[in-house]
Ligand binder design. Structure first.
Ligand code: HEM
Length: 166
């Protein structure tokens, strides 16, 4: 069991290093594109960003999330800081999708699209990753009292649908 946890955690960290580096690097690369670039330069940056996204960044994200999900069950860490971390990971996934959209848009508009400024994306990525690392390394004791009472106890109400047969 201990060995399995070590291996899966190693895979988790290796994949998220790649994913995180890509989330910072790709917006910077996309911003290198100039509207008046020649066809050769355009083709190079277009290929690099496209294959970087589809063959490196997205697989790394899938492996990081899959290994993280496996770890969740191996370690049984169903605790508030982990749920806070998962909410922030959802933000990273949204950022990932947004960057994918920029990659596609650069292709759709041929050589004429003005690149988006990379700074807001880089700042968003770095902020999310720093907060995730602070949570996962500090494992703060958040407690359940920040959740309102009505979410913590049964309300004794009828289900809006017929009950599932037992
Ligand atoms: C759906 C996505 C993810 C899931 C389900 C997940 C889940 C987990 C779990 C269960 C652990 C083991 C915690 C423990 O042993 O106490 C872990 C460790 C870790 N995770 Fe994630 N994680 C995800 C994404 C991420 C991301 C995006 C980052 C960083 C940006 C990250 C950084 C880390 C680090 C650094 C560790 C090692 C912490 C330690 O051993 O003390 N994880 N993750």
């Amino acid at each position: 069991m201990m060995l399995a946890i070590t291996i899966v955690k190693g895979v988790h960290i290796a994949a998220l290093l790649l994913w995180g580096a890509g989330l910072i690097g790709l917006p910077l690369l996309l911003a290198e594109h100039r509207r008046d670039d020649g066809q050769i330069q355009y083709q190079r940056i277009r290929r690099f960003t496209h294959y970087g996204y589809t063959h490196l960044l997205t697989p790394a994200a899938v492996v990081a999330v899959a290994a993280g999900t496996a770890l969740l069950f191996l370690r049984g860490v169903f605790v508030p800081w982990m749920f806070a971390k998962l909410a922030l990971v959802a933000g990273l996934v949204a950022l990932h999708a947004w960057i994918g959209n920029l990659v596609v848009r650069m292709g759709e508009h041929n050589n004429r699209r003005q690149p988006s400024p990379p700074l807001p994306l880089v700042i968003a990525g770095l902020t999310l990753m720093t907060c995730i690392l602070l949570l996962v390394l500090g494992k703060p004791d958040i407690g359940t009292d920040i959740v309102p009472d009505w979410l913590q106890s049964p309300r004794g109400r009828q289900l809006p649908v017929d009950e599932v047969p037992s």
